[in-house]
Design a protein around this ligand. Structure first.
Ligand SMILES: [Fe+2]
Ligand SMILES: [Fe+2]
Length: 348
């Protein structure tokens, strides 16, 4: 049968035309019209009932059926308000101005990877460095994450076996170190993946709380510190993990940031536990690229990957307030000595 005729028949039948009327209008036989309607499963009986009604089937009715609200405005407003609240209750920032009003040179130690809690961590050295920072005028730090070892992931139980104390006490160690040694010293905090596991597993960000407690800018995974020292402005990029890390070249990710992002005076990345300093001039501007070592020289994980032992060597950069000048020093002790000698009234 021609599909166009079939469609005409069914359309007319659906609107209530009788089989005889359709037969006459379209010039078909009665049997042909009835076959088309019957094959389509819509043939009504003499009383005009549909096939479903003829079988005695009754379609259900749902007087209490819930429907979506016809007007979505409330939902849209609700999410907009919730997002605004979320922003207000999140203290992390990607950029932060830091002002040190001084006419003296200052020094900033770029540290990371304390790994408090692990049995191999060099606690005496970490405490000594913290004391040097506390006792040296003009010496500051940027803390780049992995404060605690905090092996809380079920897939990392060999790390948990190396814990001297529970994660909660590891966090107290860091908090107490900040209170005893680092008040007024830290220019910015960054989280490491060891810290971030708590965010993943328990929706709790220990570094955000640490930073909030001590009124320190929190840059989460990384960001930019616009550091003003006296009259001079220094652009400092800090991250824990960064794209382009290399086990052969400790400042490879730093120089990629410089080439692919924009000019920074300093690019500081942590995480790999391998100390590195590189100075470059890129597009006519001087930059210092640094990566700190770790206070945890090794653990089962690094041993199993043949990473060898790392050293707790910290890069420290001296910034001048009256001219755009930076010098990088290897190690906190000698940097403290140098910055003290550079400052008026400091050591001769
Ligand atoms: Fe680390
Ligand atoms: Fe890390």
């Amino acid at each position: 049968m021609d599909p166009a005729i079939t469609e005409q028949v069914l359309t007319r039948y659906a609107r209530g035309d009788s089989l005889d009327r359709i037969r006459d209008d379209l010039g078909l036989t009665f049997y042909c019209v009835r076959k088309i309607v019957r094959d389509a499963g819509v043939l009504r009986d003499r009383n005009g009932r549909s096939p479903a009604a003829q079988s005695g089937h009754v379609a259900p009715e749902f007087p209490g059926l819930k429907e979506y609200p016809p007007d979505p405005t409330e939902l849209l407003d609700f999410l907009e308000t919730a997002a605004e609240q979320h922003q207000k209750w999140d203290t992390a920032q990607r950029e932060v101005p830091v002002v040190i009003a001084t006419d003296q040179p200052i020094a900033v130690a770029f540290r990371g990877d304390w790994h408090a809690g692990n049995k191999n961590t060099l606690y005496k050295l970490l405490r000594r460095d913290n004391a040097i920072i506390r006792d040296t005028a003009g010496l500051y730090t940027a803390e780049l994450g992995d404060f605690c070892d905090a092996f809380i992931k079920p897939t990392m139980q060999d790390g948990a076996q190396e814990a001297l104390v529970p994660v909660k006490i590891q966090r107290h160690y860091v908090w107490a170190s900040y209170r005893e040694y680092l008040q007024g010293k830290v220019l910015g905090d960054v989280t490491g993946q060891h810290d971030h596991w708590a965010s993943q597993m328990a929706a709790f960000d220990p570094v955000e709380w640490l930073s909030h407690d001590f009124k320190i800018p929190y840059l989460r995974h990384g960001g930019t510190i616009h550091l003003q020292v006296g009259e001079q402005q220094y652009e400092i990029a800090v991250r824990h993990k960064a794209r382009g890390t290399s086990q052969w070249n400790p400042t490879h990710s730093n120089i990629r940031t410089l080439y692919f992002d924009r000019h920074y005076d300093v690019v500081a990345h942590a995480d790999k536990h391998i100390f590195g300093i590189q100075e470059v001039e890129h597009e006519g501007k001087h930059s210092i690229l640094v990566r700190p070592g770790s206070y945890k020289p090794y653990d089962n994980f690094s041993d199993s990957h043949d990473f060898g032992e790392s050293q707790p060597t910290i890069p420290v950069i001296i910034f001048w307030p009256d001219r755009h000048e930076m010098q990088c020093i290897r190690g906190i002790e000698v940097a403290a000595d140098i910055v003290s000698r550079l400052r008026d009234g400091g050591r001769p």
